[in-house]
Design a protein around this ligand. Structure first.
Ligand SMILES: Cc1ncc(COP(=O)(O)O)c(C=O)c1O
Length: 468
């Protein structure tokens, strides 16, 4: 027997213990075997005698060996059953199989200008306000002991309700709010309590793939509802559904704002069908214009569940999100939460209460919106210069621009042409379930004006022949 290489950070004593334990469990030292004397075994392994004695004491404590006075040390357990062949597949649940099947692969790669969506925007985050709030709250969070409210701290929910009612035209009380791990945490919790095989979840199409994946993983049938240039088309809604996922303020990814008549039609449909509408208000805090449209939840708090997140507007590291739902829905979510993540992260939640309550968040948003609007305008102007005749949709909020392709073009052609000029873009195809108009997405928030102009010039060169 020889000592295998030490694992990172492993002490000599732990290395010897692991080696002997492994020899016993693999059957190299069968039950009843008498081990050689300490000196001989230590020499054999090339370790100090004390090290070996410590290792044997540890193994005796764990019950693998038994010291028997003068007659030495014997192995006191049988070997484990042999490992199954390496080809055995994991016994995955149907949920895990569906979740894995729904993954979208990121193409990766290094580019001179990277317009792909979903990238962090560090220079927009309110670093000072957030770190001060965290520092102030850290000791308090520790002293509070075991957090026990599955909805999240009351003071955060109060601050959030005030913010949503004042800024978003919501109708929310603190007991309607559940703090979540981002919007994804809210989608997952709602999907688990409302969906299963045999039920229908409707989603606008194309849509945010994180939403579709969470709903589909439950086994429910996910029915796409096509969007046009004014957002989701209520005429195409299925007669029956348990949930409908929409982004009425700023359709993801097209950027369309849903007009009032369509909003009314959604609510009428929900009241008839008994469905809940999941309203993802992802772009509200990153709206460029004066005021984003008020939320649907404020008009129909009985049927609409509002979803929001600070992962884009504050910093991705917070994973702070929330849902605001009718009280009976919140009661079910609060009662089932202890089975999963028990309670939301308390420190982030308390810091969020400070940032919201002190006015720091509103000040931060004013700055961030101005910076985003500037970046968007720079890109729109540069595209107009380098791609005349193209018609980008500069969404009124969010972090990207939607660029429909000319007739006859494919997304693959556009992406390949851009890549040859060192430019990366996001395709819309992975976001769509049904037929969709070919288009690409340009995330601009993380790029500075020089990069934006340079990227637009490269796209102009890449696509200048105007032919697919
Ligand atoms: C439409 C939409 N909703 C929600 C989110 C945020 O999800 P989370 O809060 O889980 O980061 C994103 C982020 O990419 C998004 O694009």
């Amino acid at each position: 027997m020889t000592l295998p290489p030490a694992q990172p950070g492993e002490t000599r004593h732990a290395q010897v213990t692991r080696t002997l334990r492994g020899a016993i469990t693999r059957g190299l030292l069968p039950e009843g075997t008498r081990l050689p004397g300490h000196r001989r075994l230590a020499d054999h392994l090339g370790v100090a005698r004390n090290t070996l004695v410590d290792a044997l004491a540890q193994l005796e404590l764990e019950g693998y060996v038994q010291a028997q006075g003068r007659s030495g040390t014997r192995v006191s357990v049988p070997a484990h059953a042999p490992l199954p062949p390496a080809t055995t597949t994991l016994p995955l649940s149907a949920w895990a199989q569906r979740a894995l099947a729904g993954q979208i692969e990121d193409a990766g790669g290094e580019y001179l200008v990277d317009f792909r969506v979903g990238q962090p925007v560090p220079d927009l985050y309110p670093e000072a306000a957030w770190t001060q709030a965290l520092a102030r709250r850290a000791a308090q969070a520790l002293r509070a002991g075991q957090p026990d409210d599955p909805l999240g701290p009351l003071e955060t929910r109060r601050a959030l309700a005030a913010h949503l009612n004042a800024e978003r035209g919501a109708q929310v009380t603190p007991d309607m709010i559940l703090l979540t791990g981002g919007t994804q945490g809210a989608l997952d919790a709602l999907a688990r309590v409302f969906l299963e095989t045999g039920r229908v979840a409707a989603v606008e199409d194309p849509t945010y793939p994180g939403a579709r994946a969470a709903l589909a993983a439950t086994g429910a049938q996910v029915q796409p509802v096509a969007v046009d240039d004014r957002g989701v088309q209520p005429d195409l809604l299925p007669a029956q559904a348990t949930l409908l996922y929409v982004t009425p303020g700023c359709q993801y990814p097209t950027g369309a704002a849903l007009p009032a008549a369509r909003r009314q039609a959604l609510i009428t449909w929900a009241r008839h069908s008994g469905a809940f509408i999941l309203e993802d208000d992802y772009a509200a805090d990153l709206y460029h214009a004066a005021r984003p449209p008020a939320v649907l939840q404020g008009v129909a708090p009985d049927r609409v569940i509002l979803l929001g997140s600070f992962s884009k507007s504050l910093a991705p590291v917070t994973r702070s999100g929330f849902l605001a739902a009718p009280p009976d829905v919140v009661r079910v979510l609060a009662a089932t939460r202890p089975l999963t993540d028990r309670v939301p992260g308390r420190l982030d939640a308390l810091a969020l209460a400070d940032v919201l309550g002190s006015g720091a968040y509103s000040r931060h948003l004013r700055r961030a919106r101005a910076a985003l609007t500037h970046r968007r305008d720079v890109l729109v102007q540069a595209l107009a210069e380098h791609l005349p005749g193209w018609t980008p949709h500069p969404a009124p909020g969010g972090l990207h621009l939607y660029l429909p392709l000319p007739p006859g073009w494919t997304e693959l052609h556009a992406l390949n042409g851009a890549a040859r000029q060192g430019v990366a873009l996001s395709p819309v195809a992975p976001l769509a379930q049904g037929p969709h108009a070919p288009a690409v997405l340009l995330g601009y928030a993380h790029l500075n004006p020089e990069q934006l102009r340079g990227g637009a010039a490269r796209l102009g060169r890449a696509w200048q022949d105007g032919r697919p």
